[in-house]
Design a binder for this molecule. Structure first.
Ligand code: GDP
Ligand code: MG
Ligand code: K
Length: 272
């Protein structure tokens, strides 16, 4: 199959639109996402015999809150299952951008980081450890300067390589014993609905449910397992779980970040 669907995601102002325009040129279509007034942009690139479809998802800082943009972005990834998800990360703001990374990682897609604006990072003397970053996140990281057309072909080559990979390598945040045992309990119940199990990553559903995600409750409302799920959730203090899970994500990020970008850390600690 020579068709590849790529979803572009990222925080606002990281260069997503610039990268989208550079890749797709004039082969673009602008419309709305079905049923909502959020703009949907898609386009094509023919490259090395592949027809690469690129979908520009709404810019978001997280995938946990209930804004329409966040729901559109994550529903596209879990429901439409693009071949590859590319997160555009602002190289001058890695730590903040990683919050979205930790959430994208749970959606069960092949992922690539485009570490964009690295011209600005280098200008201010940051020392980026790209290989370390790849190892820690278990995904390819490609340096790009979208506004200057740098790294675009490397990015497309990496997209093709990911598409061709047989196995999806799962990577996940560990939330600690108590929450992990709740995740397993929920996953076990959810797995009894074969329809759900074939459509969604069950760990992701479980994590979202423990995070108090109303949108996911609606997704499973028609399932035969819904009553049992609701009964499990009703016995838990979901607000506390929400807080614990957010803390855990930040904890994981602050442990990862200093290994990815040396001088950024030095600057942060000296200016504090
Ligand atoms: P979006 O909100 O993620 O779609 O970001 P945009 O594509 O609108 O880019 C925001 C700003 O960053 C624009 O002024 C771009 O020209 C600029 N920009 C994008 N990529 C780069 C880059 O790699 N380096 C630099 N220096 N500027 C960039
Ligand atoms: Mg934009
Ligand atoms: K956009």
């Amino acid at each position: 199959d020579n068709r590849i669907r790529v979803a572009l995601t990222g925080n606002p102002n990281v260069g997503k639109t610039t990268l989208f325009n550079v890749i797709t040129g004039s082969r673009q279509h602008v419309g709305n996402w079905p049923g909502v007034t959020v703009e949907k942009k898609s386009g094509f690139k023919i490259y090395k015999g592949y027809e690469i479809e690129v979908i520009d998802l709404p810019g978001t800082y997280s995938l946990t809150a209930y804004s329409l943009d966040e729901v559109v972005a994550r529903d596209f990834i879990v429901d439409e299952k693009p071949d590859v998800v590319v997160q555009i990360v602002d190289a001058t703001n890695i730590e903040r951008n990683l919050y979205l990374t930790t959430q994208l990682m749970e959606l069960g897609s092949k992922m690539i980081i485009a570490l964009n604006m690295y011209d600005l990072a280098e200008e201010r003397g940051d020392k980026l450890h790209v290989e370390k970053m790849e190892k820690i996140l278990a995904m390819p990281v490609v340096l790009t300067i979208a506004s200057d057309n740098v790294g675009i072909y490397e990015l497309l080559d990496t997209v093709i390589a990911e598409k061709q990979k047989e196995n999806y390598h799962s990577r996940e945040i560990g939330y600690g014993d108590e929450i992990e045992s709740r995740i397993i309990e929920l996953e076990k119940v959810l797995s009894q609905d074969k329809g759900l199990a074939s459509r969604y990553p069950l760990r992701w559903l479980a994590v979202r449910l423990l995070d108090g995600d109303e949108n996911i409750l609606r997704k499973i409302a028609g399932s035969s397992v819904a009553p049992e799920i609701k009964s499990i959730l009703s016995r838990l203090d979901i607000e506390e779980y929400e807080a614990l899970m957010a803390d855990k994500r930040y904890e994981v990020i602050s442990a990862m970040f200093p290994q990815m970008c040396e001088r950024c850390m030095t600057r942060m600690t000296t200016s504090d």
